[in-house]
Structure formats: structure tokens, C-alpha cells
Design a protein around this ligand. Structure first.
Ligand SMILES: C[S@@+](CC[C@H](N)C(=O)[O-])C[C@H]1O[C@@H](n2cnc3c(N)ncnc32)[C@H](O)[C@@H]1O
Length: 365
């Protein structure tokens, strides 16, 4: 009993020391800008993606390459297609390519561009072992005032993940033209903003007086729609800026994020080998709902088909063949019982991970 307690205690101490060490080194690296984006749940991602020697992975959201670097560090001869629509991430991928010649293939584009990119490389028929999506924006995008995503740092109202794409409208351009009814819909649906009508009205009134060009102008304008004692909180009851939901809605609209996710998961299914693995990290319920719906018909690992239990629940009950076929032809097998979230340690040293949800599945049909 005593020995067991000592052993538990030393395990705990080891874990604490390990977490502290990782935390300290990541904080130091981030402060010195060596890590522009701290990867979320990187050990769990690697564990589920299961890259081994000679495996091929597509990192659909390369960012600063945090997850890809971890995979390259742990496994030999892994090949990684590193996709991102942000030219800055593309440059990071090119640097990583130099460090790992023949192993990293940088690709610049959106999920919806990938089929054409692969075709232009003569690789439209590739099948890969693993695909990772770490949705949303990177810290490099959120933290740089000039990218226009930040409520707290004043910058041009841009919000394009690919900020050099002349064909994509910036958030400022959208706000200067959009119809009030459409703006209400965007704020309601993409921002889940209850005050959508009020905010849209005040944006439309303001733009007849001046051009809404900066993040500060927009943040102040939205704030003015709320009375002083209306202190907003997020889902975890922490204080939140009144414009958080408006910024989220615009960002999603500017980058067509939800349609991209929907397309991306369908594409992942097509590009994965049988038994290939899909790992997704989502950061809000709109993203997670789309992913969940695609994977919904998943079979829990280590559980018999539920149909067995149902089949014998009544002696005179039979499924019709079409339903049976549909149930048995499920595309994905979920590899864990409950959705995976970062633990308290990770949230403490990387607060941006707090709303992350990881889902890992295997293509089974
Ligand atoms: C959260 S960051 C990824 C961070 C990365 N896993 C790391 O550890 O450094 C998300 C990245 O996905 C990219 N992204 C988002 N939507 C995209 C899309 N539809 N197509 C391509 N890249 C996208 C963003 O530009 C951003 O760099």
C-alpha cells in the first residue's frame, strides 16, 4: 500500500515536472518568437494520426508547422503534404522542406483548391495514410494587427487568411457594400449574435457617415450598441469583448470557413486509403457540428455493431435491407469514446487550446 502510494506520487511528480518543463520551454520559445503558434494537443494528434515510417500525411492546415514538425521528429521517412492558404505559412513550409529534403511538400491554397493543385502535380490519384485538420486561424494571424483579426490590436479590417489574394474581399470591403438583411444573417448564423439586428443597423448607419476601415472602428461601433452595464461573458463565463461574436462572424464569412470545412472533410474521405486516419481539431461549435455530422455514423471502437442488440430486441423485428446496408456501410470508425479535450495543464500554458475538441476516425468503407 505504502509502496503503491509512493509510486503514484512519484508518477505524479514526474508528470508535473514534465508538464512544467514543456510549458516553460514553449513559453520561452513563444516569447522569443521561435514558436509563432503553439500546436494544440500535439501528442494526441500524433498518436491518433499514427504516422510510421514510409507513411504519407496531408497536413491540411500547416500554419507554423507545429504538428508537422512533431511528426517529422518522431517518425522516419514520413512524407508530409503541407497545405495552407496563408502565404506566410507556405514560406514556413518551404523552410521546413529545406530541413527535411524529400519529406515536406509545401502547397499554397485552400482545401477546395487541393484537387486542382494535386492535378497540376500529376498526383490527382494519390491515396494517403493520414489527414490532419487544425481548423481556424493561427496565432500568426490573430496576433498581428495588420492582419485585421484582432479586436484588441488596431489594424486594417482585412481578415483574409490569404491576405495577398486580390480576388478575395476584405472584411472592410464587405462591410462597405453588404445589404443590411444579409449582414444580420451573417452575424446571427456565423456569430450566433443575439444583437445582430442592432449591430447591423448601426454599421449601416455609420457607413453612410464614414468608411469603416479599421478593427478599432468596428470594435467601438459594436460596443456602442451595448449599454454600459451589459458585461458580456463567453461560454465559460469569462469576460468577453462585445464585438467577439461580430469578429468571428465576419472572419468566417470572409474566408468561407464553414463551406471549406464541409468540402475538406469530403475531400479527406476521397484522399484517404482504407483504414487511413482523419484527425480534426475544432475550436467552436459551428466547426465541430460540421465535422461531427460527417463522422456521425461512426462505429465506436471495441463495440459490436449496435444493430446486434437491436436485432434481438424483438423476435418479430427485421430491418429492411436498404436500412441494413446503410448502417453497415458506415464510412468512419471513431477511435475514441468521447471527444478529446486538452487537460488543465495544457490550457494553463496554452490558453488558446481551451475550446479545442479533437476527433479521430478511421476510414472503414
Ligand atoms: C490553427 S492554424 C494551424 C496551426 C498548425 N497546426 C500549427 O501547429 O502550427 C490553422 C491554419 O489553417 C489555415 N487554414 C484555415 N482554413 C483553411 C483552408 N480552407 N484552406 C487552407 N488553409 C486553411 C490557416 O491559414 C491557418 O494557418
Amino acid at each position: 500500500m505504502f509502496n503503491k502510494t509512493i509510486s503514484n506520487y512519484s508518477n505524479l511528480l514526474f508528470k508535473l515536472n514534465y508538464c512544467n518543463a514543456v510549458q516553460k520551454s514553449l513559453q520561452i520559445l513563444e516569447k522569443t518568437s521561435l514558436i509563432p503558434h503553439v500546436p494544440v494537443l500535439f501528442q494526441t494528434v500524433t498518436q491518433y494520426l499514427l504516422p510510421g515510417p514510409n507513411k504519407t500525411i496531408i497536413d491540411m492546415t500547416f500554419g507554423a508547422g507545429g504538428h508537422s514538425k512533431e511528426i517529422l521528429k518522431r517518425f522516419e521517412n514520413v512524407k508530409i503534404y503541407a497545405l495552407d492558404c496563408d502565404p506566410i505559412s507556405y514560406n514556413y513550409a518551404k523552410t521546413l522542406q529545406k530541413e527535411h529534403p524529400g519529406q515536406v511538400i509545401p502547397l499554397l491554397g485552400k482545401f477546395s483548391d487541393l484537387p486542382l493543385i494535386l492535378k497540376s502535380m500529376g498526383e490527382e490519384n494519390i491515396l494517403v495514410d493520414g489527414i490532419l485538420f487544425d481548423f481556424g486561424c493561427s496565432s500568426m494571424q490573430f496576433d498581428k494587427a495588420e492582419r485585421g483579426f484582432s479586436i484588441s490590436k488596431n489594424g486594417p479590417l482585412d481578415m483574409r487568411m490569404n491576405n495577398v489574394d486580390p480576388n478575395q474581399l476584405t472584411a472592410g470591403e464587405i462591410l462597405s457594400k453588404i445589404d443590411e438583411v444579409d449582414l444580420i444573417k451573417i452575424l446571427k448564423i456565423y456569430g450566433e449574435e443575439k444583437q445582430a439586428k442592432k449591430i447591423a443597423r448601426s454599421i449601416v448607419s455609420a457607413r453612410s457617415l464614414f468608411k469603416i476601415n479599421t478593427t478599432k472602428q468596428l470594435a467601438d461601433l459594436v460596443e456602442s450598441c451595448f449599454n454600459d452595464n451589459c458585461n458580456r461573458v463567453d461560454k465559460l463565463l469569462r469576460p468577453a469583448h462585445s464585438a467577439t461574436k461580430t469578429f468571428q462572424a465576419l472572419r468566417i464569412f470572409v474566408n468561407n470557413e464553414l463551406n471549406e470545412i464541409n468540402f475538406g472533410i469530403k475531400l479527406a474521405y476521397k484522399l484517404l486509403k482504407l483504414n487511413g486516419r482523419l484527425v480534426t481539431l475544432t475550436f467552436h461549435s459551428l466547426e465541430d457540428t460540421i465535422v461531427k455530422r460527417h463522422l456521425q455514423s461512426s462505429i465506436l471502437q471495441n463495440k459490436k455493431y449496435k444493430i446486434d442488440a437491436l436485432k434481438y430486441s424483438s423476435h418479430d423485428f427485421f430491418y429492411d435491407n436498404e436500412i441494413l446496408e446503410h448502417i453497415l456501410k458506415r464510412k468512419w470508425k471513431q477511435l475514441h469514446k468521447h471527444v478529446i479535450k486538452p487537460n488543465e495543464d495544457e490550457i494553463n500554458w496554452n490558453p488558446r487550446s481551451r475550446s479545442a475538441k479533437l476527433r479521430a476516425s478511421e476510414k472503414v468503407f
